[in-house]
Design a protein around this ligand. Structure first.
Ligand code: MOS
Length: 747
């Protein structure tokens, strides 16, 4: 049906190629591989935040039915790569990732300290409760507020003053201070936890003494393969990582965690395949989180609405052993015309586990402060916040001093304002009502770098005219395989139903982590390059058997519906099937790599979004209902309008959680989270999410990649939380600068 609307495969809101497998349960996730002799692991967590393990009594556990081992630092085999890593720093963070069962030290409450392995999951869980651990406890520091003064410059910035994490000034330092109208505002982003449907899980086994295979929930099979090869001192090709389906991740699969190594240790010690799946509770402290972050914005403007200066400071929480950093302040440097901009980024190491990127990492936190502050100063100036943004719009990047590759943010803002009904908004807060409810409108802008990396794909054209692609890339949910099939279809001239895209296996060609909204641009470009390579080969082979193709240039040939024809005389044609047949080939198999060219460095490349929301606030109960969301997206060419819109709706849903519900609360007496399930830690459910209207500019950016795409996963959430906070202010006159905006803060 959709073909009637869209004349090309690109853009077609095609159904997901793996949708049926997912909804019927045919798709296999990392904890669903039933290998012969499979055993089950359960991780035991530390109950103190800092100190040393004094004694582990595993006698009772070991005599419980079905128990095969209790593994801890006392008896774990040595992981050969651990010794190398005494000194910082290893990616993806600075510092030393926690080494599973390495010694008796405890760095955070919840740290894996032992593991029970049994023949069934139930028996392992039961026995885990019988293990008695004694500790020598040290005084811990987990409270951000009381330790804030001890924040430090990240070592990356110490080493390199040009690092994006280093202090930055454009124009005059703290230039906002001399502006006629100025505000100084502090914002708090609490710890927020990734809560994908699928729990973190690994099935690990050693095929031989030096050959490891893992089915692992990760965002990159190749980066994980590299990490485990290094950790176990194995040749890279001796490690296989399979991650064919990932049930959501939001960033916590961008790091390999101690439980993965724990499972690999156990598999080696027992010489059996082991399955280990974290509990929902363990997801709160073992696999990263969006770090608790304090921010301060100083912003100054002229009475007629010109921004004169912005100073943005941020302190993010990290662990005592790793330096997790994020680009919280980047957008403040490039989003508005301000002649004076200063940014200051610091980290606060605490006795907690390491944070990790979480959807819209850094920018989502930073945008909460920046876009709230924009609203606050617009209000102080008595200027409409939409007008205020347009007045301070910049047509070149004031940070890099480069032209934008493409930027349609103005169009997005204008469309969004119209679609949400911005004209119904009152400048004076608390003045619009509907029955008992106060009505408010708000908006927030989002941006994220339009990144493209290097990748390769394998393409195999078969004798029956179908084609197979392979890439190591994972799909954490956006529909990567579907988008790749559409790109391939467009560029090779074969209908989607004859195209298969296999992914999620480190045996396939190189692809980076699925993160940073870069996969369509990165892997899609490799698919385009592979298609071009195949088409060139087809033309050469066609010329060998059909004289009229001899000496014909690529641009004079059409490749469509599995046939190649002369553009000027379409009756001169040959099918791909015939070409292979004439060459007596059963297949045409290539591997093609692709990386961005130099041209891109002359431009500043970003995706942009703007989110408009209408909220209803109940003045008596403080309840906030998000009534409508309109998201306008400048992410270049949209490959699939259905999966892309799904992704925006998902990001907006995450933004609603960030704004109104999500916070991991710690009891600092123990340094332990009290929120550990969905009863305490709330995420949006259907009833919390209204109709989300999504509009795409769908204007290509060929500077970024040959399809003209820019990433859209992150900008889906960036700017949503401030849009809601701004709408709540418009509805009530109450400005909430500490997320989430729960009812207690409004009554
Ligand atoms: Mo995303 S936070 O790069 O998975």
């Amino acid at each position: 049906m959709s073909r009637l609307i869209f004349d090309k495969v690109i853009g077609d809101p095609m159904n997901r190629v793996d949708g049926r497998m997912k909804v019927t349960g045919a798709a296999k996730y990392s904890a669903e591989y039933a290998l012969p002799g499979l055993v089950h692991g359960v991780i035991i967590s530390s109950t103190i935040a800092k100190g040393r393990i004094k004694a582990i009594d595993s006698k009772a556990a070991l005599s419980a039915p079905g128990v095969l081992a209790v593994i801890s630092h006392e008896n774990a085999i040595k992981v050969p790569g651990f010794a190398d890593n005494e000194h910082p720093t290893e990616p993806p963070t600075g510092g030393q990732p926690l080494r599973a069962f390495y010694d008796n030290k405890v760095y955070s409450n919840g740290q894996p300290v032992a593991m029970v392995v049994a023949d069934t999951l139930e028996r392992a869980r039961y026995a885990a409760r019988l293990v008695k651990i004694q500790y020598n406890e040290d005084k811990h520091k987990t409270d951000f507020d009381t330790n804030k003064a001890q924040s430090v410059l990240p070592s990356q910035a110490k080493k390199n003053p040009k690092s994006p994490l280093a202090d930055y000034t454009r124009g005059v330092k703290d230039g906002y201070k001399t502006a006629p109208v100025k505000l100084e505002l502090e914002y708090i982003q609490p710890t927020e936890v990734h809560n994908p449907m699928e729990l973190q899980a690994i099935t690990a086994f050693w095929e031989a003494e030096d050959k490891l295979t893992v089915y692992d929930k990760v965002q990159g099979t190749k980066p994980t393969q590299q990490a485990f090869a290094k950790e176990w001192k194995l040749p890279v090709q001796n490690v296989r990582v399979i991650s064919e389906f990932v049930g959501g991740a939001f960033g916590n699969g961008l790091h390999n965690w101690p439980h993965e190594t724990a499972a690999i240790i156990a598999a080696k010690m027992l010489d059996r395949p082991i399955r280990l799946m974290l509990t929902r509770e363990q997801m709160f402290f073992m696999v990263g989180y969006r770090p608790y972050t304090w921010q301060k914005i100083g912003i100054g403007a002229s009475p007629d609405g010109k921004i004169l200066g912005i100073t943005h400071e941020s302190i993010g929480q990290t662990s005592s052993y790793e330096e997790f950093t994020e680009s919280t302040l980047q957008q403040t440097r490039m989003m508005y015309t301000s002649p004076n901009v200063s940014t200051v980024y610091r980290l606060l190491p605490l006795d907690v586990s390491t944070p990790i990127w979480m959807r819209g990492p850094g920018e989502a936190t930073g945008a909460f402060a920046l876009e709230s502050a924009m609203d606050e100063i617009a209000f102080a100036l008595n200027i409409d916040p939409v007008e205020f943004r347009l007045m301070n719009h910049t047509d070149t990047d004031p940070d890099k001093k480069l032209p934008w590759s493409t930027k349609y943010l103005k169009e997005c803002i204008q469309t969004g304002a119209e679609k949400i009904g911005w004209k119904d908004r009152a400048l004076k807060p608390g003045t619009v009502r509907s029955g008992e409810w106060l009505i408010g409108f708000g908006m927030g802008v989002g941006t994220f770098g339009a990144h493209r990396g290097a990748a390769a794909v394998r393409a195999k054209l078969m004798a029956n005219g179908s084609i197979l692609f392979q890439s190591a890339v994972t799909d954490i949910g956006p529909g990567t395989g579907t988008a790749m099939v559409q790109i391939a279809s467009e560029h090779i001239g074969i209908p989607p139903e004859k195209i298969t895209f296999q992914l999620g296996n480190s045996d396939f060609p190189q692809a980076p982590n699925q993160g940073g909204s870069a996969i369509v641009a990165t892997v899609g470009s490799a698919v385009v390059a592979a298609c071009t390579h195949i088409k060139e080969k087809l033309l050469t082979m066609a010329a060998a058997s059909e004289k009229r193709f001899t000496g014909v240039k690529m641009e004079d040939v059409l490749f469509d519906k599995g046939e190649l024809s002369l553009a000027k005389s379409p009756s001169v044609k040959m099918s791909y099937i015939d070409i292979l047949k004439k060459q007596k080939l059963t297949e045409l198999d290539i591997i093609q790599d692709s990386k961005p060219g130099e041209e891109g460095s002359k431009y500043s490349k970003y995706s942009f979004s703007v989110h408009f929301v209408k909220v209803m606030v109940h003045p008596v109960t403080g309840r906030v209902k998000v009534d409508k969301v309109v998201s306008c997206i400048d992410a270049g060419t949209i490959i699939n309008k259905k999966t892309a819109a799904n992704q925006i709706i998902g990001g907006v849903t995450g933004g609603i959680g960030m704004a109104l519900q999500e916070a991991a609360v710690m009891d600092h007496r123990f340094g332990r989270y009290v929120t550990k399930d969905f009863a305490d830690y709330h995420v949006p459910v259907h009833a919390d999410v209204p109709k989300v209207e999504v509009y795409f500019t769908d204007k290509p950016d060929y500077i970024v990649d040959p399809m003209g795409t820019k990433g859209l996963g992150e900008i889906a959430i960036i700017g949503v939380a401030p849009a809601i906070a701004n709408a709540v202010f418009n509805a009530t006159g109450k400005r909430i600068r500490e997320l989430p905006i729960t009812p207690d803060k409004l009554i």
